[in-house]
Structure formats: C-alpha cells, structure tokens
Design a protein around this ligand. Structure first.
Ligand SMILES: [Zn+2]
Ligand SMILES: [Zn+2]
Length: 285
C-alpha cells in the first residue's frame, strides 16, 4: 500500500488512496474548511504522440497527431488511485486513474490561473471501448475469425463465442493454404457476442475478454482500390469492443462468470496448441 502525505488545513493527514503522478502539487478545495494538497510523487507518466507530416495549408506546414501509448504508469495497486494529467487520463483505459477537473467548477485567480480544483474526474462506469476492422464475408456480412496457435515458447488465440459464451456455427472453415497458427474458422458477427484474445509466454497468460457492443460499416480511406484489404469495396466492417474481463499477472480484474469459462479455457488450449491447424471452439456440423 502506498501512503502519501497531503496537507489539509496545515495539518498533515495521511491519504492512503491517491498518488499524484503530475509534475505539480494538486490542490483540491473540498469545502470552505477543507483543502487537500497532493504533492507530486516524482513519477510522471507521459503519452507518446505519433506525428505524421500532412499537406501545407496556405503554405504553412501541418502534421496530424495521434495519441499513442502511455509510458511510465506504475502498475495497478490494490486500493490506490493515480492522479494524472488529462492527456494521460484520456489516452489510457486504466480504471484506477483520476484527473483534476479543470472545467467550470475549478477556482481561478484574477488572471485565470487555477488555484484549486473542487473535484476529480474518475473513469466512467462504462469502460473505454476499442474499434477494430473485422472481416467482411463475400455476401457483405460482418464476421470474425477464430485463429491462433502455439509456437515454441509463445502462442496466441482469438476465440469467438455467443453472448453467453456458447460456441457458434462457423460460416466457413479453412482447409487449405497455410493453416499453422493462422485463422481457421470464420464466424458471423453480431452485437452482444464475446471475443476472447489470449496470448502467453511460457504459459504466463494475458487474456482479454471483449463484448461486441456495436457493428459499424465505415468507408475505407483507400476510396475503393482493389489492392486494399477492403478488396475494392471501399468500406469495412468495424466492431466496437468493450473490455469486460482481463487476466494479467495471474489474476482477473473482474472474475468472469461461469458460463464464459469454457470459451476462455478453449482460448488457452488453442494458444497452447502447437502449430494449431483447426478450429477449437465451434459447434459441430
Ligand atoms: Zn480500402
Ligand atoms: Zn489446435
């Protein structure tokens, strides 16, 4: 347990839950009598940005900028929240982050500088979602591949299951071409289904269980070129995935319900299946 000292009414009080990972003291005025100051802990995570030169506008060079990975965040610790800048907060999907609310509720001096905030922002109940390109069948329907397998020390797998973790009938099973550790069964996608991604290094597993919360058809940037992965259609299916269970360092963040266990176990078995060449989690026939 990390214990940090904050100052409240000039008395030092022990705050057991919040660690300031910004470079500045964060002052929180809770009411007229109570103000808590979190001193910087000395650890400052940052967000990698990915810049790509773009076209000039009125002769002025421009770049496009995307948020990349957050580096330097301490590992999660039970019962501890980390206070971070709003940029780090937005770029991470960690649920143990807080950031100062510098909106209209904060207190500013006559020059507009922030003196104190009156509250912190916490990650919402709904977790940050991820958007992925998925497969499009010949008939133009959205689909997701079961695939994966093990190599010598490492392996990975993607298992596709119904909303209650049940196996589904495949649209297509690959039987030719390179099968080892490739994709094996194509399964029709629908909202509510579960996708399980597992990978391991010498049986040390990371497992992410996703729920497909939406399927969206969106235009491809290529504008319809035959050589593009959209095969000239000019659009892709995307799945919006919500993380529901995550297993890392030997522990689940939220224990998955019993009905998801067969699919999760199939994902582990597939990720351990040496040069896997066939589907592991589909219905027969
Ligand atoms: Zn395309
Ligand atoms: Zn296998």
């Amino acid at each position: 347990m990390v214990v940090i000292i904050a100052q409240s009414n000039n008395k030092e009080v022990y705050m057991e839950k919040i660690v300031n990972l910004t470079p500045h003291p964060i002052r929180v005025k809770i009411d007229d009598e109570t103000e808590v100051v979190f001193p910087p802990s000395g650890t400052i995570p940052r967000v990698e940005t990915i810049e790509t030169p773009s076209e000039e506008i009125d002769g002025i060079p421009t770049v496009t900028r995307k948020l990349g990975q957050v580096v330097g965040l301490p590992d999660p610790q039970k019962g501890v929240f980390f206070l971070v800048s709003s940029l780090v907060f937005e770029a991470s999907d960690r649920s143990d982050l807080l950031c100062p609310d510098t909106g209209k509720t904060c207190i500013r001096d006559g020059n507009g500088n922030i003196i104190a905030v009156t509250r912190l922002i916490k990650k919402g109940g709904k977790m940050k979602t991820t958007k992925r390109v998925i497969e499009t069948t010949k008939r133009g329907l959205p689909a997701i591949w079961e695939g994966g397998g093990s190599r010598t020390n490492t392996g990975n797998s993607t298992i596709v299951a119904g909303a209650n973790g049940e196996p589904l009938p495949p649209l297509y099973i690959r039987r030719r071409g390179t099968l080892a550790c490739s994709v094996h069964a194509l399964i029709g996608a629908f909202e509510g289904m579960v996708v399980i991604e597992s990978d391991h290094h010498r049986r040390d597993f990371n497992i992410q269980v996703w729920r497909v919360i939406a399927l969206q058809k969106e235009n491809c940037e290529c504008g319809g070129q035959e050589t593009c992965s959209c095969q000239g259609r000019g659009w892709h299916w995307y799945a919006i995935l919500e993380p529901i269970h995550r297993f890392t360092q030997g522990e689940w963040d939220v224990d998955p319900p019993e009905h998801l266990l067969p699919a999760i176990e199939a994902g582990q078995a597939k990720a351990l299946c040496y040069h896997c060449r066939e589907p592991h989690y589909i219905t027969e026939g």
